[in-house]
Design a protein around this ligand. Structure first.
Ligand SMILES: Nc1nc2c(ncn2[C@@H]2O[C@H](COP(=O)(O)OP(=O)(O)OP(=O)(O)O)[C@@H](O)[C@H]2O)c(=O)[nH]1
Ligand SMILES: [Mg+2]
Length: 306
């Protein structure tokens, strides 16, 4: 006997978003979910953990898994990030392979396609950032990818502006198997607020700094507490960097940089928590933390969870 969901034709499944750094995976996830659950920046390797976003419709539930951009790892954190991205390949019902319409097929894409050869999971090619190209340029891009791999669908979109995103969702739904509702309809992510808060702080620091600083950053939440008799949540967090010189940059002249990071992060955290927030930030140097397993664990990169 079929269960009730199947009789109703309810569809569900897990969909992982895979691609090189900076192609717009997290931007796509946030647009689909309609809420910022994954941080975004113009720096490559922004996403470090997998971030799950749940889209619940009347007749379907799609669980999207945003993954770290696939690149050649240079340190233990990079190894971890690659493992996260690759492990999701086997576990899902569908893979969205996202590429940047502005860039041609390159070694990065080839490297990822090779990984696809080892799994049987169906793959959609999603060509993102079409707002950046002339429509005439699109067909040659599609053709060049067609010959590389037997994609189930090829869908051009703009995650930033929303073009064609609804159509892609329809195609995903059509493709998903009948299945149960995995998450309550009002749950949008599997990540706790604490994680999203540290990510929002890291995002602001990413936006305001340049070059080697972004990769050296981690953020740890020290305290989150509603203040007695006040409608304010006190959040205390520490920004970790790898060198004293980076600490100086993050703090800025008379604390101006840290203040700006805090000001911007507070706005997003208030949106997330739906409450006024008092945000207190500290900065700490931890030499070479990206290569130390024990420190990676302290900062939330726990291999057992992936
Ligand atoms: N013009 C344009 N820019 C986009 C689009 N989608 C994303 N971007 C920009 O591309 C940059 C990277 O976006 P992210 O969503 O952080 O990219 P990502 O693939 O998650 O990157 P990693 O987490 O580093 O792997 C940001 O500056 C986005 O604003 C798009 O459709 N059009
Ligand atoms: Mg990302």
């Amino acid at each position: 006997m079929q269960n009730r969901e199947n009789e109703n034709g309810y569809k569900s499944g897990f969909i992982s978003i895979i691609g090189r750094p900076n192609v717009g995976k997290s931007t796509f996830l946030n647009r689909v979910i309609g809420q910022k659950i994954a941080i975004m920046s113009d720096k490559p390797q922004t996403t470090r953990n997998k971030v799950q976003g749940v889209l619940s419709l009347n007749d379907a539930q799609m669980i999207f898994i945003d993954t770290p951009g696939i690149h050649k790892p240079k340190h233990k954190l990079g190894d971890f990030m690659m493992k996260v991205a690759q492990n999701t390949l086997k576990e899902v019902d569908l893979v969205l392979f996202m590429v940047n319409a502005e860039e041609g097929f390159g070694r990065g894409e080839e490297f990822i396609l090779e990984k696809f050869q080892t799994v049987n999971t169906p793959i959609f090619l999603v060509i993102n950032k079409i707002d950046q190209i002339h429509p005439d340029e699109l067909l040659p891009i599609i053709d060049s990818y067609k010959e590389k791999y037997d994609f189930k669908e090829i869908v051009p979109i703009s995650a930033l502006e929303g073009n064609n995103v609804e159509r892609l969702l329809d195609q995903i739904k059509a493709f998903l198997p009948e299945g149960p509702q995995y998450y309550p309809a009002d749950q949008v992510t599997d990540h706790p607020e604490r994680f999203i808060i540290t990510e929002l702080i890291r995002e602001k620091a990413l936006h305001l700094t340049r070059e080697e600083i972004p990769h050296s950053l981690a953020v740890v939440l020290d305290k989150m507490e509603r203040q007695p008799n006040k409608d304010v949540i006190h959040v205390m967090a520490t920004v970790i960097v790898e060198r004293d010189s980076q600490k100086g940059i993050i703090i800025g002249k008379q604390g101006s940089m840290l203040k700006e990071i805090g000001k911007r992060a507070r706005v997003d955290i208030e949106n997330l928590l739906g409450s006024k927030v008092f945000l207190e930030l500290w900065v700490k140097v931890q030499k070479d933390w990206r290569n130390k397993m024990s420190q990676l664990r302290d900062y939330g990169f726990n291999e057992d969870e992936y």
